[in-house]
Design a protein around this ligand. Structure first.
Ligand code: B1M
Length: 213
């Protein structure tokens, strides 16, 4: 790996959202493609963060800092990737379900998925089942990710799956659910395709869904 790419990876791991901007611009100015910077700089950094987070060696505030650094670089790369038609591993739409305003975990899932090479459309929080349906029609994702932090809003995940079924879209997507009160058993019960307990595992699961793991 080039020195610049190693430094970009290190910025993600350290959560350095200042230096990463200059380094990303330097890498592009040196002739690297946006895809190379993503694949060989940002993604290895985020992979490392995922491993350390799962192992309990990194904690949420540190992961959030890493996510911010990744975001700062992605703000530069995203339009260039779109222009060059770069190949992403898949598309994910993500939202915190209706009635639920907790979005910190969902945002981490989005960053981890982006770090794993997915194009992520974040619908935000308090997302109505119908808005998920509309987004699937418009964005044609491989995966729909739903987050819920309240026991009272978990059921909305089931309603959203039903809405996708009624719209004839259920079989076009893989459905991934998560959030503190959600369990594998609950995911099975509502007919989701998968459950992840944390953001790093969510990105791993997403990769499995599209055959990129
Ligand atoms: Co709220 N809140 N909150 N809250 N809040 C909890 C969730 C609660 C457990 C606190 C408590 O009572 N101990 C409790 C829920 C109880 C329950 O239902 N069992 C609670 C409550 C009751 C409420 C209100 C009702 C309080 C009130 O107004 N009376 C209210 C509800 C508002 C609403 O949503 N309608 C409320 C409001 C809020 C704030 C707005 C103040 C704020 C949210 C700010 C925000 O998100 N922008 C807030 C916060 C911050 C929390 C706590 C303290 C922290 C949540 C958090 O961000 N954790 C929380 C208590 C706690 O957890 N200690 C609490 C960090 C985050 C990284 O973890 O979201 O679990 P988490 O995400 C993880 C995994 O779950 C997983 O990956 C993430 C990263 O590893 N994951 C997924 C998440 N989504 C995933 C999706 C996936 C896969 C994995 O696939 C798609």
């Amino acid at each position: 790996m080039s020195d610049l790419l190693e430094k970009i990876s290190a910025c993600v791991i350290e959560g350095n959202d200042k230096d990463i901007v200059g380094l990303t611009n330097d890498a592009l100015a040196s002739g690297m493609s946006p895809q190379q910077v993503l694949d060989n700089g940002l993604m290895p950094g985020m992979d490392h963060v995922g491993v350390e987070f799962r192992a309990g060696n990194m904690f949420v505030p540190e992961v959030l800092r890493s996510a911010r650094a990744m975001q700062a670089a992605m703000d530069i790369l995203r339009p260039l990737l779109a222009e060059t038609g770069a190949k992403m591993v898949g598309k994910v739409i993500l939202g915190t379900v209706k009635g639920d305003l907790h979005d910190i975990g969902k945002n981490l899932v989005g960053m981890m998925c982006e770090g794993a090479g997915f194009e992520v459309k974040d619908l935000g929080k308090n997302v109505e089942p119908e808005a998920f349906v509309q987004a699937v029609k418009e964005f044609n994702p491989d995966i729909v990710g739903m987050s819920a932090l309240l026991t009272t809003t978990m059921r909305t995940m089931e309603q959203t799956i039903k809405a996708l079924e009624e719209a004839g879209l259920r079989d076009k997507v893989k459905i991934m659910v998560g959030g503190a009160p959600v369990t594998q058993a609950f995911a099975d019960q509502i007919g989701a395709d998968g459950y992840a307990s944390n953001a790093a595992s969510a990105a791993e699961l997403a990769k499995k869904f599209v055959g990129a793991a």
